[in-house]
Design a protein around this ligand. Structure first.
Ligand code: EPZ
Length: 425
């Protein structure tokens, strides 16, 4: 297995282009299942999770072509053609690798009247059940059974619109039911729906395919079902979590980095928090410049959008470990998303966990160490810690980073980081 070796202590200075958003691209790819006309997606990132979703959709019978752009740098173009879907089973071997696989459930039931999708099981950051997805589909008229680790869903006569009130915000359940409702008979109202930019983007793509979704960007999505969906051309938005991660890396190292092709409007809370922590952030429509003369402790709590995202909690913690003063970081979305804490402490951080909160007392220095992370964002927090630590840090299990950060070591190296990928033996 590959690892990443970093010699820390250099401020990041320069420009980095942000890639397409993983968490927008994955649901968009599953939306192709709703139509028998091709869906064309631009700005697709080069990530392991995209390859996993490609493999999943291909085994359902979707034809997918991914083209490199002429410059070899911008995102790829994907054409997904679901005319030939001949298999409605999503097997355990793929679903266990990537939980977003469960997003094929709604589109398959809506268009084919049936689906057999492996239950994803537990995960390093929490138990992550899919009960809201299943209850919502039942409300749309599907019969759901669980059998030998699989979800069996049937709706031989199609789905029917319903009013669905989510007891709490779920990005995936909102996306699954939004897609399913597009082909249901009648009107569906999704209340307390997720407002994450990736949900908004999916709704816009569905409308471009011929769906009738209104209330986009609010917590109530209203979907008038249509007979069928057609073709669309849609560009994957820039990755707000990659943008935030790189901004925090720049700030933690006391650097000066401009992130190109970004959407700062999707990161208002994040940049507000970083500003309180001492970062100087200059936003333009499609770029953001981050500098940070000194970091001071602040309190942060993760919340559904537009609040501070759980997907940036670990990276924010890495930025705050060397702050002047203390910070309190509270995770309100996932019950076990502090797996980076013991590893940061091995590098010299002073962090105490109290249930869902972490008290981070700033330390003067971190020292490099060999570390390992159990999930994508935790791995990125260790990269940030490695960039500021004295000496050498080796981060193992790089496959986590490859799931969600495109060409990370190259991007950081162009800004002066001493970082390299070491091929596994
Ligand atoms: C999405 O996961 C993202 N994944 C996650 O990104 C992100 O952390 C999460 O939303 C929260 O923002 C993708 O978009 C592919 P949820 P999702 O349903 O949809 C509980 C990353 O690093 N819940 O909003 O799975 C759940 O356990 C990742 O890129 C239920 O109890 O998240 C969690 O505590 C990881 N029952 C909370 O709700 C359900 O049926 C929010 O989860 C569904 C969710």
């Amino acid at each position: 297995m590959d690892s990443i070796r970093i010699k820390g202590g250099r401020p990041l200075v320069g420009e980095i282009r942000v890639g397409g958003a993983k968490n927008a691209a994955l649901p968009l790819m599953t939306a192709a299942l709703l139509s028998d006309e091709p869906l064309i997606l631009a700005n697709m990132p080069r990530l392991a999770d995209i390859e996993t979703m490609k493999a999943l959709l291909e085994q359902h019978g979707v034809t997918i072509t991914l083209e490199e752009p002429e410059d070899g740098v911008s995102g790829r173009n994907a054409t997904l053609d679901a005319r030939g879907v001949n298999n409605t089973t999503a097997p355990y071997d793929i679903v266990r690798k990537m939980r977003a696989s469960v997003l094929v459930l709604g589109p398959l039931v809506a268009r084919h009247g049936q689906a057999r999708v492996s239950l994803p099981g537990g995960c390093a950051i929490g138990t992550r059940p899919v009960d809201l997805h299943l209850k919502g589909l039942e409300q749309l008229g599907a019969e759901i059974e669980l059998d030998q680790g699989y979800i069996l869903a049937h709706a031989p006569n199609g789905l029917t619109g319903a009013d669905i009130v989510f007891p709490f915000v779920s990005v995936g359940a909102t996306e699954n039911l939004l897609m399913a409702a597009c082909l249901a008979q009648g009107t569906t109202r999704l209340k307390n729906a997720a407002r994450e930019p990736e949900v908004t983007d999916l709704a816009e793509c569905l409308n471009a395919m011929g769906a009738r979704v209104s209330g986009i960007g609010t917590d109530t999505l209203v979907i008038e079902g249509v007979e069928s969906l057609g073709t669309a051309n849609h560009a994957v938005p820039p990755d707000r979590i990659e943008t935030g991660s790189l901004a925090m890396a720049a700030a933690a190292t006391g650097g000066d980095v401009t992130l190109l092709g970004a959407r700062p409007d999707m990161l208002e809370q994040v940049f507000r928090a970083m500003g309180q922590a001492g970062a100087v952030i200059d936003c333009e429509a499609d770029r953001v410049r981050v500098r940070c003369p000194r970091v001071v402790g602040i309190d942060v709590m993760t919340e559904p959008y537009p609040g501070f995202p759980t997907d940036l909690q670990a990276q924010m913690m890495a930025m705050l470990v060397r702050a002047e003063g203390a910070s309190m970081i509270t995770e309100s979305i996932f019950e076990n998303r502090f797996m980076h804490v013991p590893e940061l402490c091995r590098m010299g951080a002073n962090i105490n966990l109290h249930s869902r909160s972490a008290m981070v007392r700033g330390v003067a220095r971190l020292t490099g160490a060999e570390v390992m992370a159990t999930d994508l964002r935790a791995s990125m927090s260790l990269v940030i810690a490695g960039l500021v630590a004295e000496g050498e840090t080796v981060i193992n299990r790089v496959y986590h980073l490859d799931r969600g950060y495109e060409r990370l070591e190259r991007k950081l190296a162009t800004c002066g980081a001493d970082i390299e990928r070491v091929a596994g033996r």
